[in-house]
Every structure is written in structure tokens, then in C-alpha cells.
Ligand binder design. Structure first.
Ligand code: APR
Length: 242
């Protein structure tokens, strides 16, 4: 199969070996919290202090972790792949960019970004945010929230993602449980539009059956292996077997 346009979807599993927790632990809690208590607009309206505390802790944690071999391999693929490529991450950590990835889009927002509900500005944010945060654009205090897409909100850049999926001839999903839409449906869009589809995950995900090919294992091992295979065939005139 020949291909040149690649779309890669990543989820929490790609950052697990860096030391960041995935979301769907067996007890159904997310770092001890119910999702509805920390990751919805209603939760923020009800208890902004708790929501800020949750995201402040996660932002602080970024300073203690490093990109792993999977992030590094994808950054290498991004740098060396001559065709179209888009890494769509559901992750709000900054490990893809710290590894050097550039063709990257954060569909669920970023921990290192703030959003002012007063003036609608978005801006980089590296410290604790808290309820007393001041917007650097309009200087209003108390209306800055984490620039994170919460449950019930629309993920970012969906039009660009849909267009890339429709043009893709290879779609790869890495480290995601396939439990959260719309990302969980990307495999079907890509396959419908003719792409080969590959899942790389520790275990078969909820959407595993939609993929033409599956590789089970640690992202830190499987992703560098896969990238090596793909770059080994980066001469598009050669047929490649996936
Ligand atoms: N290598 C590969 N896969 C792994 C690894 C690893 N080292 N560790 C865990 N996984 C897999 C798990 O088996 C699981 O299928 O990664 C997946 C992580 O799934 P989730 O915790 O559900 O994370 P994700 O799919 O990214 O969640 C999607 O849900 O909570 C919301 O907005 C949040 O972006 C998040 C979205």
C-alpha cells in the first residue's frame, strides 16, 4: 500500500510512560475525582476553586516529567516525513511539542494556556491559575479559566481535523481508549475515506474492531518501531507493506 498523507491521533496512553496518569482508571475516578466534578463547565460554575486546584496540580506536574521515546519518535516522523502529516492530540500536556513536534494540534486544549471569559483572549500560562488570576489582555480578575475542552464543549479545530482525515491515506491511533467522541469516531471517518487504519495501544481499545491493523504494547516501544518502519520506506515510489 502506498501512502503520503498521515493523521495520527494520540491519547493519554502515549504520556503514561512519562509518568502522567491516564484517565480511565479501574475505579472510574480521575486522580481521585469524578469527571463531572472537575471537567465540566457546570463544575467550574459550581466550584471554581476545586477545578482550578485540579488543573493547577496537573500543570505543576508538567515540570516533573519529560517526553518519552514515543513522543520523540513522532517528532522525528514529523521532521522527516515529506508528505502531509498531522498529529492530533487529545492530551493537554505539552510533551509532543517539548519533543519537537510541529505539525500538532491540541483538540482538547492545553494546560499551558488560559482563556479569559471576559474578553475571550487566549494566552500562554505556566504558573498556578487559581480564582484570582488576572487576564493579561483585559486585566480583569477572576474570569480566567484553564483553556481545556471540558465534557459538553466542542473540541478545537474540528474542521481542520475532518479535512485531514478525509485526505489521509494512513490513520494511526496511539494510546487512547476510544471512549470519548468525536475523537473515537476518527477511525471510521478515515477508513470510510479510504485510509489504512492502525491502532497502537497497550490493550485493544473500545473501538479496536474498526481498525484494519492492531499492535498491542507499550507506546514507548511500539511507536519508535513503527516510525522506523515508515521512515525506512519514505521513498514514496516504493510500495510499502503495513
Ligand atoms: N502505551 C500504550 N497505551 C497505553 C499505555 C502505554 N504505555 N498506557 C496506557 N495505555 C492505553 C490504555 O490501555 C488506554 O486504552 O491508553 C489508553 C488511555 O485511555 P484513557 O485513559 O481513556 O485516555 P484518552 O483515551 O486519552 O481519553 C480521552 O477523555 O477524559 C477525557 O478529555 C479527556 O482527552 C481525554 C479523553
Amino acid at each position: 500500500m502506498m501512502f503520503s498523507n498521515i493523521v495520527i491521533l494520540t491519547g493519554a496512553g502515549i504520556s503514561a510512560e512519562s509518568g502522567l496518569q491516564t484517565f480511565r482508571a479501574s475505579d472510574g475516578l480521575w486522580e481521585g475525582h469524578r469527571v463531572e466534578d472537575v471537567a465540566t463547565p457546570e463544575a467550574f460554575a459550581r466550584n471554581p476553586a476545586l477545578v482550578h486546584q485540579f488543573y493547577d496540580a496537573r500543570r505543576e506536574r508538567l515540570g516533573e516529567v519529560e517526553p518519552n521515546a514515543a513522543h520523540v519518535a513522532l517528532a522525528r516522523l514529523d521532521a522527516e516525513w515529506p508528505g502531509e502529516l498531522l498529529i492530533v492530540t487529545q492530551n493537554v500536556d505539552d510533551l509532543h511539542e517539548r519533543a519537537g513536534a510541529q505539525r500538532l494540534l491540541h483538540m482538547h486544549g492545553e494546560l499551558t494556556s488560559g482563556w479569559c471569559l471576559g474578553c475571550n483572549a487566549r494566552f500562554g500560562w505556566s504558573e498556578a491559575m487559581g480564582e484570582a488570576a488576572q487576564c493579561p489582555a483585559c486585566e480583569t480578575v477572576g474570569r480566567v479559566r484553564p483553556d481545556i475542552v471540558w465534557f459538553g464543549e466542542m473540541p478545537y479545530q474540528m474542521e481542520r481535523i475532518e479535512a485531514a482525515l478525509m485526505d489521509a491515506d494512513l490513520f494511526v491511533s496511539i494510546g487512547t481508549s476510544g471512549a470519548v467522541y468525536p475523537a473515537a469516531g476518527f477511525v471510521q471517518t478515515a477508513a470510510y475515506c479510504g485510509a489504512h487504519t492502525l491502532e497502537i495501544n497497550l490493550e485493544p481499545s473500545q473501538g479496536s474492531m474498526f481498525f484494519a491493523e492492531r499492535r498491542c504494547g507499550l507506546a514507548g516501544e511500539e511507536v519508535p518501531k513503527w516510525v522506523g518502519e515508515v521512515l525506512g520506506y519514505s521513498d514514496h515510489s516504493s510500495p510499502i507493506s503495513l
